[in-house]
Design a protein around this ligand. Structure first.
Ligand SMILES: *[C@@H]1O[C@H](CO)[C@@H](O)[C@H](O)[C@H]1NC(C)=O
Length: 288
């Protein structure tokens, strides 16, 4: 029994190490620009930037030039002279929700095995880092996704209406994702930081008001981020088209944005619970 558990743990740990190295999640604000720095161990002449895989129409830019732009996509290569390692800065301008997904950047002719990098892009309505309390305007029927970025992690994750008082909590969880009705939260732990992604779907006028993302911590002081929204009715209901809910299915890697039905999200949740159990179990064995 013990041997089985240890083996299971080893597999799990190695999966985690591999995935945390290969995919990073990057948060971009709808309408804004993002730049992702792809850092490589050795240099190359052919720079490539792709959506998902570097094949056919998925290739967004393939160039020998140090700087290139095609439509909303841009690459800029910085040689080793200015940095320790060569860096290919890849950018997407004027982000829309449909840009959410997985991307690859690489140096096609580099001899190194690490010449391609993957990253995941999550497109949000606002990215809160605590400097401002943004006020957002949305149409009724649409959805809203906010990324609350924190400089530290927290065990208990909350999404509240108002200030997280007794009757103000919309969703609360210790897990990586949770949803309740039209509200959901996703948690991503990063190195010395954390991101809490909160979503409200099918907005109505009565959703207008102030909201809070919060990490409730036993030892150190709590962390929170506030925002407010005003929802206005769409004038002509016949032109109304519901926007797809952006949700995040998660494997042992980080978030992967996908449109998911309720059933598949349920499966993912139970898969997650399993994973946490294994993770706790591993930690327990490692501690002994
Ligand atoms: C995005 O980049 C374009 C082109 O460089 C620039 O004109 C625009 O102002 C940028 N937008 C934002 C929100 O920074």
């Amino acid at each position: 029994m013990k041997v089985h558990h240890s083996l299971f743990c080893l597999i799990f740990v190695s999966l985690q190490v591999r995935s945390s190295r290969s995919v990073e999640t990057h948060y971009g604000v709808s309408g804004g620009n993002i730049t992702f720095p792809c850092s490589f161990l050795s240099s190359g002449k052919i720079k490539i930037f792709c959506r998902e895989t570097c094949e056919g129409e998925n290739i967004l830019i393939r160039t020998r030039d140090d700087a290139a732009q095609i439509g909303r996509y841009r690459t800029e290569y910085e040689r080793e002279a200015s940095r320790t390692f060569p860096v290919l800065q890849v950018s997407i301008l004027e982000l829309t929700r449909s840009d959410a997904g997985r991307y690859q950047c690489g140096l096609e002719d580099s001899p190194s095995s690490d010449s391609f990098l993957d990253f995941r892009l999550v497109v949000v309505d606002a990215l809160l880092d605590g400097n401002k309390v943004p006020h957002l305007h949305r149409d009724a029927g649409s959805s809203l996704t906010i990324a609350c970025s924190f400089e530290d992690s927290g065990r208990k994750r909350l999404f509240c209406r108002g200030g997280c008082g007794k009757d103000e909590v919309l969703v609360q969880t210790d897990a990586v994702r949770a949803d309740r009705g039209r509200y959901s939260i996703e948690y991503e732990k990063r190195r010395n930081a954390a991101v809490l992604l909160v979503t409200i779907t099918q907005l109505t006028q009565s959703d207008s008001g102030r909201y809070r993302c919060k990490l409730d911590r036993a030892i150190r002081s709590d962390l929170d981020r506030d925002f407010s929204i005003t929802v206005t009715d769409v004038p002509d209901p016949s032109t109304f088209t519901p926007t797809a809910t952006q949700s995040f299915s998660s494997t042992s890697e980080s978030f992967s944005p996908a449109v998911s039905s309720e059933t598949s999200s349920l499966c993912q949740k139970s898969a997650f619970k399993g994973q946490w159990l294994i993770s706790f179990h591993c930690n327990f064995i490692l501690m002994i």
